[in-house]
Design a protein around this ligand. Structure first.
Ligand code: NAP
Length: 311
């Protein structure tokens, strides 16, 4: 274990973690950012971000993340490709077990975000990477001229569907209900696209192609009529929301019934010196800008906590 005790460690390198890193670095706290399983978080898997203030023409998600990372590094933030295996929040300083090594720190900011959710069908799990994906930006390219399906009814589903029209000959959005969660502008834009079709009140029963080791289609169920149909597709993109990455803190700080970190006064957890920001604690807004805002708050509270504890 390193003898150094850090002032602050930030868990996660998405919009929240990197904003916390910029603020903590500018406060001369030399934050260590643990980049986690999905470096850059959800923005690194997205395309054009049109609603982050200051980018009048929009900016690509991965570029926005890269800019933030450089900005944090410029003020002295350090980055490590590692994720937290375990931590005992009752000990001071906190000892973070990163598997190969341990890091000690006076404060911890949890900005570990949320990960894509799956339907949980055995056939879906068997075909992940063989035509089933949760990332259109990563895998869309492989479906040039093919017919594909997007599952979900939120903004992510619309965004993925529109993005996939660049490659696919036809995109079918499959949603389990009649009404959509997506914003009006995204829904209208997607509905207006000539190569996108919609199937509502439709559930996915099975992804076909397990034996062939590549997606051949979907077995669908109309939830109103009970009628089963087959939809031939070569690719299936899941866009059914996310699960917060906080299970390693269960029992040590408060989590809600879905596993989101419960915070009070914006970013305080139950454990003194442990703060949470971004999608791991925000099930309501879940926007890049709100994640950034809470990252800023967490870093300001870290600074205050260290001051109050004469660090
Ligand atoms: P979301 O808004 O929670 O939508 C998830 C969708 O998946 C819902 O339509 C839900 O159906 C469906 N779903 C969930 N579990 C399912 C299951 N087991 N089987 C079938 N369908 C299931 O998630 P999101 O679309 O990822 O968006 C998250 C947040 O990010 C939102 O605040 C959104 O506005 C934001 N976002 C914004 C943009 C943008 O502005 N450009 C882009 C992407 C995301 P029900 O409706 O029936 O629950």
């Amino acid at each position: 274990m390193s003898q150094t005790i850090r002032d602050t460690v930030i868990l996660g390198s998405g919009c929240a973690g990197l904003t916390a890193a910029i603020y903590a670095a500018r406060a001369n706290l030399k934050p260590l950012v643990l980049e986690g399983h999905e470096p850059g978080g959800q923005l690194s898997l997205t395309t054009l971000v049109e609603n982050f203030p200051g980018w009048a023409e929009g900016i690509q998600g991965p570029q926005l993340i890269e800019n933030m990372k450089q900005q944090a590094a410029r003020f002295g933030a350090e980055f490590q490709m590692a994720h937290l295996v375990s931590v005992d929040l009752s000990r001071r300083p906190f000892v973070l077990n990163l598997g190969q090594e341990e890091v000690r720190t006076h404060t911890l900011t949890i900005a570990s975000g949320a990960s894509a959710r799956w339907l949980g069908l055995p056939s879906e799990q068997a075909l992940i990477g063989h035509g089933v994906s949760s990332c259109a930006t990563c895998d869309g390219f492989f479906f040039k001229g093919k017919e594909i399906a997007v599952i979900g009814g939120g903004d992510s589903a619309m965004e993925e569907a529109l993005f996939l029209t660049r490659f696919a000959s036809k995109v079918t959005v499959i949603h389990r209900r009649e009404h959509f969660r997506a914003s009006k502008i995204m829904l209208e834009r997607t509905m207006a696209h000539p190569t996108v079709q919609f199937l509502t009140n439709t559930g996915v029963e099975e992804v076909l192609g397990v034996e062939e080791k590549e997606v051949r289609g979907l077995r669908l169920l109309n939830t109103l009529t009970g009628q089963e149909t087959m939809l031939p597709v070569s690719g299936v993109f899941l866009a059914i929301g996310h699960t917060p990455n906080a299970s390693m803190f269960a029992g040590q700080i408060d989590l809600d019934q879905d596993g989101y970190v419960l915070t009070h006064d914006n970013v305080f957890t139950r454990a003194p010196g442990v703060f949470a920001c971004g999608d791991v604690q925000d099930r309501r807004y879940r926007q890049a800008i709100t994640a950034a805002g809470s990252g800023c708050m967490a870093a300001l509270e870290v600074e205050k906590y260290l001051d109050e504890h004469n660090r």
